[in-house]
Design a protein around this ligand. Structure first.
Ligand code: NAD
Ligand code: ZN
Length: 364
């Protein structure tokens, strides 16, 4: 399966299938990386031992000079400190304008390596090789970033890859919690734009959680296509792209307050999506949206309630730092129905506080 992300002369393909990594050398040529140039593979301590040696061997066999940098697994590595360490490797390796960075891993590796690719000598080649379900979202669309201790994804760029290469076989080693976390972004794409797909996810929850690669391949293709359609018309999030942030205002605050990685990204945005549906009810939308949303998320083994120890003031404070807060009002993506959302720009902070309290209350 292949999907094209359409950005004129910066368009790129997303290839999805089993065993694609076997032809990584040819794929790099197809992506436009000159043979005999240097490639820097960035990966993490969970992914590298499983998939890096074969990848390096295949690339060397094709004639590339291969360097690698392995970061500690986990959200904490999306930091300026680790960014600088990868830069040091790139400079010591003597990467030049013909070189490319390959991100072999989940969203953490992709976001960090992408920001390195975007900023090394003002931008060199970049390929995303996602190895998590969640990364179907992060690898498409060109948002790359590292976190600041005060706010997630605060330091970054828009930088499109030359190719996304999704080898489904790598997903078979994902721990169950990571599987669910990734499915949160999959069902999100249904919740914002495709009612049928959202219900399909609930129906196929068991196969998805059980890593049936046929079913999962379809889900990832659908998720990537929806995302590609949205960003094609709004690369830099001037407008409609914001709908992809469903659940993320509350979700990012949960991640920042709880400590990055305590709740996984998908878990945090799952609670955030339940919160958006509660907010929708407060803004007059049908209460059944909340019930359906919760049922879909729960079917995918995702949390929909906020653990009681999260402090409301700290969460509100974290949301103020978030980019989605403008001129005293909060911007929220609010569901109008399953499969359709609105961008609401003037949500009262007090209403959000009520939602958070309710998310906690239902949790204790
Ligand atoms: P991750 O990269 O931390 O991966 C999750 C965990 O799974 C890690 O411990 C990793 O080592 C491990 N892992 C990865 N692949 C594996 C495999 N095949 N087998 C076994 N273990 C494996 O996290 P993630 O959930 O992939 O991504 C989350 C990040 O993505 C967050 O930082 C989030 O902000 C970001 N994100 C970015 C965008 C974007 O548009 N750029 C969109 C959504 C999310
Ligand atoms: Zn996300």
């Amino acid at each position: 399966r292949s999907i094209k992300v359409d950005f004129g002369d910066r368009s790129y393909p997303i290839h999805i299938g089993s065993g694609l990594l076997q032809n990584i050398g040819e794929r790099c040529v197809e992506a436009g990386f000159p043979v005999r140039s240097s490639l820097l593979v960035v990966s993490d301590t969970e992914v590298a031992p499983r998939y890096l040696p074969a990848l390096e061997a295949a690339l060397q066999q094709k004639g590339y000079t291969v360097y690698s940098h392995v970061i500690p697994a986990g959200e904490a590595s999306k930091s300026l400190t680790v960014y600088e360490e990868v830069m040091t490797t790139a400079i010591q390796a003597g990467l030049d304008r013909h070189s490319a960075v390959l991100a072999l891993g989940g969203g953490v590796v992709g976001d960090l390596a992408g920001f390195v690719a975007a900023s090394y000598m003002r931008g060199i080649g970049f390929m995303q090789i996602p190895t998590t379900i969640l990364a179907h979202d992060s690898s498409v669309g060109g948002k790359v970033a590292v976190n600041h201790p005060l706010a997630k994804n605060m330091i970054g760029a828009f930088y499109q890859p030359s190719m996304v290469l999704y080898d489904l076989n790598t997903l078979l080693t994902l721990p169950p919690r990571q599987v669910s976390s990734g499915l949160a972004e999959v069902v999100k794409h249904g919740l914002i734009l495709d009612k049928e797909f959202a219900y399909w996810c609930r129906e196929h929850a068991a196969e998805l959680l059980g890593l049936n690669l046929e079913v999962l391949g379809y889900a990832l293709e659908r998720g990537c296509s929806i995302k590609a359609d949205v960003i094609r018309n709004d690369e830099r999030e001037q407008g409609v792209r914001a709908i992809l942030n469903l659940g993320h205002t509350i979700g990012h605050a949960i991640e920042a307050v709880g400590g990055y990685g305590v709740l996984l990204h998908g878990e945090a945005i799952s609670i955030g999506m339940a919160g958006s549906a509660l907010l929708a009810a407060k803004l007059g939308r049908d209460k059944s949206i909340y019930e359906e949303t919760v049922s879909m998320l729960s079917a995918l083994s995702l949390p929909v309630r906020l653990p009681a120890h999260y402090d409301e003031d700290e969460l509100m404070e974290a949301m103020m730092h978030d980019k989605k807060f403008k001129e005293g009002k909060m911007t929220f993506i609010v569901p109008d129905a399953i499969g359709s959302v609105s961008i609401v720009n003037d949500v009262q902070a007090s209403l959000v506080r009520e939602v958070i309290a309710q998310l906690k209350k239902e949790g204790s």
